[in-house]
Design a protein around this ligand. Structure first.
Ligand SMILES: [Fe+2]
Length: 245
């Protein structure tokens, strides 16, 4: 299936050289991602070996996982200190953001101005259920815009309730989209893979990220996600550009 041929073992790692990962669950012990500080440092050391330039730590924030911003900041400082203790001045630059589910918890944080942004001071990384849109989605998007933020929609290829016209409408309304690179290799099934290929060809993605929850799972998928043809397309994303979106 386009754009996949048989992956070559080293391509994924070459592709990561110089990249910024805008979506990870490496901040330890705060969600369903990396569990402890030691594992988190191991992931960062792997990123270092692959030549990754910068990493955004984007833990889940949702009603079922209502991480407080202050607690995330404290955990971030702990991770930065632990990483520096092992590796010296950080070869991989670390940044704190969050991945917000568009639920009641998000609406409260939005009204309180209690949000962490990604990539710059105005982009909010958000996700929705895979199967149904958020309550009053349209109204919520307007409110986010009124507050001066731009939506960066995480892994839009996973949202089964969206038709192609929905993606187009969102793009026309200024919503930015972030590809989960492992979707290209089929980590989330054939339908998400198909949608990821279409959205990538249409130029709908502004950024990419790994959505890394586990180093071993990521290693399984990354080479397959980055064969030569895909590399060329991915390099057109901001992933490899020094400037922000
Ligand atoms: Fe995520």
């Amino acid at each position: 299936m386009w754009p996949f041929n048989k992956p070559r073992a080293s391509v994924g790692k070459k592709w990561l050289n110089g990249a910024t990962d805008y979506h990870t669950h490496i901040l330890p012990g705060v969600d369903d991602g990396i569990e402890d500080m030691k594992q988190a440092v191991e992931v960062l050391k792997a990123y270092e070996r692959w030549g990754v330039r910068a990493v955004w730590l984007t833990p889940h924030v949702m009603e079922d996982c209502p991480n407080a911003t202050s607690a995330l900041r404290e955990r971030f400082y702990d991770l930065t200190a632990a990483y520096q203790a092992v590796c010296g001045p950080n070869p991989v630059s670390l940044h704190l953001g969050a991945e917000y589910m568009l639920d009641a918890c998000f609406s409260e944080r939005l009204e309180a101005g209690d949000l962490l942004t990604v990539a710059d001071s105005r982009h909010l990384l958000v996700e929705t259920s895979y199967f149904s849109p958020p309550l009053m989605f349209d109204k919520l998007l307007k409110r986010i815009s009124q507050k001066g933020y731009t939506v960066l929609l995480a892994h839009p290829e996973r949202y089964r309730y969206m038709e192609m016209s929905d993606y187009e409408n969102l793009r026309n309304r200024g919503v930015r989209m972030q590809l989960d690179v492992t979707s290209l290799a089929g980590e989330f099934g054939v339908e998400s893979q198909r949608r990821a290929c279409i959205l990538l060809k249409k130029g709908f993605y502004d950024l990419a990220g790994s959505d890394l929850h586990s180093l071993s799972v990521f290693k399984e998928w990354i080479n397959a996600a980055a064969d030569k043809a895909t590399c060329q397309l991915l390099q057109s994303l901001s992933l490899h550009k020094k400037e922000s979106i």
